[in-house]
Design a protein around this ligand. Structure first.
Ligand SMILES: [Zn+2]
Ligand SMILES: [Zn+2]
Length: 92
């Protein structure tokens, strides 16, 4: 089952609402949340099994996969500590 995450940086105001993660009826492919330092975004992309996840926007391979739990990470835009919040909503 999937969930929704929200990224919010209080310092520069960069926000990504509704970042989907997890999977639907089948285990694969699944949505992996990542942070891309090339195009400076936080988002999620579909990954199949052991495939190398790529940025959904610029196709960069050197992205940082993020945990699907509430976590703090450095904002890709201003490099200040920001929050990735996992919301209750689920989808399938
Ligand atoms: Zn920021
Ligand atoms: Zn990118």
């Amino acid at each position: 089952m999937g969930g929704i995450a929200k990224f919010n940086c209080l310092n520069c105001g960069y926000t990504e609402e509704k970042i989907g993660f997890g999977h639907g009826k089948h285990a694969e492919p699944h949505l992996q949340i990542y942070c891309c330092n090339r195009c400076k975004t936080v988002g999620s992309t579909w990954v199949n099994g052991d495939e190398q996840p790529r940025c959904g926007i610029c196709y960069e391979e050197e992205i940082t996969p993020l945990e699907t739990k509430n976590t703090s990470l450095n904002c890709p835009r201003c490099d200040t500590l920001a929050v990735l919040a996992i919301l209750e909503d689920t989808w399938d």
